[in-house]
Ligand binder design. Structure first.
Ligand code: NAP
Length: 331
């Protein structure tokens, strides 16, 4: 039998295991032109929380009692499609199923196996693209500028900070534990790191860490942390609004300071983005990330959790900061 994970209920507040349903179905068989895929790695991502609600967004919501989908790496275990042979690996948006049939449309064949397969869900996948394109397209970093990154020890944030350093910025990371702030400096080369959970006055802490002010803010979390960063933004500053994880589980969003006067007084550009806005630049961006990785200029962390049944818990753990780097489930 084939294990499948469905959306059982739409989460209210923080997701719980009751929001997911485990079922078993007959093993799939394939028709001419199809391949049978065996799931090997599953990406769990904060944006999936949005798809579990039925609010209008940039991607359609998941349907109740239907499989949840995310980025997967899978191995071709049977093929009736001349473009794929048994043993090939692919990545793409697929169902949370142990096995599934596919025509191959929308999947990317992994040809370079000199890097870890799971990296195609992280630094060489959506995560790396989000970091590189959000920072370069909106942040427009220049040598000597100060970059602040929230969610800095996570998948996207840890790559943003390193790219900021490669492009000559002074980089300050914000994260939720002392272990994470230590790793930001020792492993990822951040100049300063602040634990937002133990710092009483974040506005002052950022001011101390960035005495010349903040030129670029790469925002992964939103909320009060971002209010404190914006209070330190420089004239002609740029704010790349990538994510707002601190707000994803809110049932009522608190009012923060109104940002318009800050933006006007400082001529600040604040822009939200979805990585797919830059799809035309993906090949060039992946090439750059791969070059940096192979030259040893970029590194990455993964939090690997093992077992198909652990996928929902791994997803929930994102909202408790239990990951360092990319959260991935190995099947
Ligand atoms: P991630 O940072 O690896 O994981 C989530 C991290 O967020 C946790 O480890 C935790 O770290 C932090 N967090 C959780 N709850 C928080 C809260 N209430 N306040 C502050 N921080 C909290 O996830 P990711 O995949 O790299 O994604 C980061 C952000 O980018 C998310 O908001 C995501 O939605 C967004 N994103 C956007 C795009 C796009 O196209 N715009 C693409 C990918 C991701 P701490 O221990 O530091 O709290």
């Amino acid at each position: 039998m084939n294990k499948v994970i469905l959306l059982n209920k739409r989460p209210v507040g923080k997701p719980t295991l009751n929001d997911f349903k485990f079922i078993e179905e007959e093993n799939p068989s394939i028709k001419d032109g199809e391949i049978l895929l065996k799931t090997t790695y599953v990406s769990v991502d904060p944006y999936l929380r949005g798809r579990m609600s039925d609010a209008k967004s940039y991607v359609p919501p998941f349907q109740l009692n239907e499989p949840i989908q995310s980025g997967l790496i899978a191995e071709v275990s049977e093929s009736k499609n001349p473009d794929y042979k048994v043993g090939d690996f692919v990545s793409g948006g697929l169902d949370w199923k142990e096995y599934q049939a596919s025509t191959g449309i929308g999947l990317t064949k992994i040809t370079d196996t000199t890097v870890r397969l799971s990296a195609y869900l992280g630094i060489l996948g959506m995560t790396g693209l989000t970091a590189y394109l959000g920072l370069t397209e909106i942040g427009s970093p220049k040598k000597g500028e100060t970059l602040v990154v929230s969610g800095a020890a996570g998948a996207v944030g840890s790559i943003v900070g390193q790219i900021g350093k490669l492009l000559g910025c002074r980089v300050i990371g914000l994260a939720g534990t002392d272990e994470k702030t230590a790793v930001l400096k020792s492993k990822f080369g951040f100049d300063e790191a602040i634990n937002y959970k133990t710092t009483l006055d974040m506005k002052k802490a950022i001011q101390d860490a960035a005495p010349d002010g903040v030129d670029i803010y790469f925002d992964n979390v939103g909320g009060e942390i971002s209010d404190a960063v914006l209070a330190n933004i420089n004239k002609f500053g740029r704010v790349a609004v990538c994510g707002a994880i601190s707000l994803y589980n809110e049932t009522e969003v608190q009012m923060g300071p109104r940002v318009q006067p800050i933006l006007i007084k400082n001529s600040v550009l604040m822009q939200g983005f979805i990585v797919s806005n830059y799809a035309a630049k993906f090949p060039q961006a992946v090439q750059q990330l791969n070059n940096w990785l192979k030259e040893g200029k970029l590194t990455y962390s993964e939090t690997l959790i093992e077992g198909f049944d652990q996928i929902p818990q791994a997803f929930i753990n994102l909202f408790e900061g239990k990951n360092e780097g990319k959260m991935i489930v190995k099947i």
